[in-house]
Design a protein. Structure first.
Length: 320
């Protein structure tokens, strides 16, 4: 019999006031409890309990031993509780997400809160790279490039940036056929872009970096999307943000053959060691959901969908 088991049995006997009662709490027979206490006293070389036909009482040595055993058993319970807390989501999960992410992250949050209703979520949205440790952030889901640091980064999805505008805008101002032609268009700006006011494009032959100009700068992707749909100018948007507008015809993609390569959606957290169950479980849900939705917003199937919008683009182009 190991020491911890004997201590637990001894504590139960004292708390229950007898061998039979302790056996019921421990789900063992009274004779087993009696044997364990006898073996404990034999190992210690001291009597811990005074026995009578009706009750038991602690000896002087037993009182001192009981107090220490009580603390050891309590510490053991605390250790078990800590380990279980790390194996089951609990407490508060603090997230930092890019401003454009909620539209694809919302289903993950809904699933997580449904599975773990006792976990509280604190969510901040920003397109700046926050200090996760200083600001107490457990996990960041971001679309912007990450500077070199000691942070742990895990790619959970990808997207493409597309230039688009409304049919009314193209009817009035024409449709750009080459990236350089954007210099003649009103391009709406997003101040948090890591590339400033340069829109980048690629082809097998060359690369472009076009310094766009326009009469509006907005720090909200939703506001930019609305402005674009109302014909106020051209916008550069992640594909997952404008799919519904493409399908409804409110926005039309252009220069798709020059679109940038896929860009990563990254999960970032401070330390890969001692990752809590709360963060680990949420991160696994994000990865599962985003990878399962690749065909919905990753570039691999984007060309097939864009071909559906090609007719509209061609019609608009003829109006130039």
């Amino acid at each position: 019999m190991d020491r911890l088991t004997s201590m637990i049995t001894f504590v139960k006997v004292v708390e229950a006031g007898g061998f039979a009662a302790a056996g019921r709490k421990l789900d063992v027979s009274a004779s087993t409890v009696t044997t364990q206490i006898q073996m404990l006293e034999k190992r210690l070389g001291a009597r811990l309990l005074n026995r009578s036909t009706r009750k038991i009482s602690l000896t002087e040595i037993g009182k001192a031993y009981y107090e220490r055993c009580l603390q050891i058993v309590a510490d053991t319970d605390d250790a078990d509780n800590i380990a279980q807390a790390y194996s089951t989501p609990h407490g508060t999960l603090r997230l930092n997400v890019s401003l454009s992410i909620p539209i694809i992250l919302a289903p993950v949050i809904a699933e997580f809160t449904s599975l773990y209703p006792d976990v509280k979520l604190g969510i901040t949205m920003t397109d700046r790279m926050v200090d996760l440790v200083k600001e107490g952030i457990d996990l960041a889901i971001i679309t912007l490039p990450i500077p070199e640091s000691n942070l742990v980064m895990r790619r959970v999805g990808s997207f493409r940036l597309l230039v688009c505008g409304s049919p009314s805008y193209f009817t009035k101002h024409g449709t750009p056929k080459e990236p350089d032609e954007l210099l003649n268009h009103n391009c709406l700006k997003y101040p948090f872009s890591p590339w400033g006011h340069d829109w980048r494009f690629y082809s097998p032959e060359r690369q472009w970096s076009v310094r766009i100009t326009g009469n509006m700068e907005v720090n909200s992707t939703n506001a930019l999307k609305l402005a674009g749909a109302l014909g106020q100018g051209l916008i550069l948007m992640p594909d997952f943000l404008v799919r519904e507008e493409f399908k409804s015809g409110k926005l039309v993609p252009v220069l798709t053959e020059f679109s940038c390569p896929e860009r990563p959606i990254n999960a970032v957290y401070p330390d890969r060691h001692h990752l809590s169950a709360t963060v680990r479980t949420f991160l696994d849900l994000v990865t599962k959901r985003f990878h399962g939705a690749d065909e919905k917003f990753e570039g691999g199937n984007l060309e097939a969908e864009l071909s559906e919008f090609g007719a509209a683009t061609s019609v608009i182009a003829k109006t130039r």
